[in-house]
Design a protein around this ligand. Structure first.
Ligand code: PLP
Length: 378
């Protein structure tokens, strides 16, 4: 083939890019419905700390200045809360950016990154965007399976992503299993522990993996302000790992990746531990209530330790997940279809306000009793 014949006539994305299915966020509108309860993106029904909102508003007075590119106030606030060295913390525009920075720093063409069957979609996107090859490990009972992950490891493996607890299943691995996974990985493989929902978990055998991230040279733990802190709109996430890993990611990171209002609000939010506790208590009350009430309707709910539940629907015409989604949406109750996660028969519901939770249970009761047409015109 001559050089001319192989020259494309227009710019072509590099290998892997066109294999990405762009992330589709949860719906936020119900056409024609006035009051909408958005239970599709795992946001908190309690909103952010009032102190965070105040810090955000105050920061509006200095928008002409570049933000602090080192995110010092935020890293120091996080370090104080968790007793960490600020130099081992990296902040990003959501933990999505941290996950992408990790992939772009440690995965390239020819390299493999492993994640679980129903794992968070960003892992696949970040891997492909970095030019790497995604490898999917089977789950057992909608839960990460350490042996299946380890069986996927090859000499090309550079990274393993594990959401603990996982979204959209809500299941988790006890720390003993996370340690077994880490122990089974070659030293050059980076284990990314995505603990986006850590604050909600109330299980004695659960740990976020902080000790592992501090002691092992190949573990990155990521966290977010989008969930329990109620700041999804500001895009704030962070990670902690060895000084070498953080150094590498800082070289790839954009110099001003965090904006000034996000830095101020994030620092105020993480210091407001009472607000976080209140949100965790709300969840601890309504998560089991929702699970029990929805199971009473004859629907299967995957046991969740996070702030959402996965509800499984039968394949009976009129009672499917699709039918339920349409039925609930007509009433302004917006759940998340999870077909893109390989779960076409399920809907994910975020634990909402008391009002929203009661409305969903009542509506699902009607749906199961009357079928898909019962809600039309309501
Ligand atoms: C919501 C979520 C995040 C957080 O993403 P942000 O970019 O911080 O908003 C990370 N991981 C998982 C598994 C999530 O569900």
């Amino acid at each position: 083939m001559s050089a001319e014949a192989s020259t494309p006539s227009r710019p072509e994305p590099r290998s892997g890019v066109m294999a990405i299915s762009a992330y589709v966020p949860g719906k936020s509108h119900a056409p024609g419905v006035e009051k909408v309860y958005k239970l599709s993106s795992n946001e908190t029904p309690l909103g952010p700390s009032p102190k965070a909102v105040e810090a955000y508003a105050t920061s509006g007075a200095q928008l002409e200045e570049y933000p602090d590119g080192s995110a010092l106030v935020l890293r120091e606030a996080i370090a104080r809360t968790y007793g960490l060295d600020p130099d081992r913390i990296i902040c990003g525009a959501g933990s999505d950016e941290i996950l992408n920075l990790a992939a772009h720093s440690f995965v390239g063409p020819g390299d493999e990154a492993i994640y679980c069957e129903h794992g968070f979609l960003v892992y696949r996107i970040a891997t492909l965007a970095a030019g790497g090859t995604p490898v999917v490990a089977k789950e057992t009972d909608l839960t990460a399976d350490v042996d299946a992950i380890l069986a996927c490891v090859t000499p090309r493996t550079k990274m393993v992503f594990l959401a603990n607890p996982n979204n959209p299943t809500g299941t988790y691995l006890p720390m003993a299993e996370v340690r077994r996974l880490h122990a089974g990985l070659p030293a050059h493989v980076l284990l990314v522990l995505d603990a986006a929902y850590a604050e909600y978990v109330r299980r004695n055998d659960y740990e976020v993996g902080l000790e592992l991230a501090l002691s092992a040279p190949n573990v990155l733990m990521t966290r977010t302000f989008s969930k329990i802190h109620g700041l999804a709109g500001l895009r704030i996430g962070w990670g902690v790992a060895s000084a070498e890993i953080i150094d590498a990611m800082n070289r790839v990171r954009g110099p001003f990746n965090m904006n000034t209002p996000a830095l101020a609000a994030g620092a105020a939010a993480i210091a407001d531990t009472a607000h976080v506790e209140m949100a965790a208590d709300h969840n601890a009350r309504w998560l089991p209530w929702l699970t029990t009430e929805i199971e009473k309707l004859g629907l299967k709910v995957t046991p969740s330790v996070a702030n959402f539940i996965l509800i499984h629907f039968p394949d009976t015409p009129g009672r499917t997940a699709r039918d339920a989604d349409a039925f609930l949406t007509r009433r302004g109750l917006i759940l998340r279809a999870v077909t893109s996660y390989g779960l076409p028969d399920a809907l994910r519901m975020t634990v909402g306000s008391e009002e929203a939770n009661r409305l969903v249970v009542a509506a699902l009761g009607e749906f199961m009793a009357g079928g898909a047409d019962a809600g039309r015109g309501a």
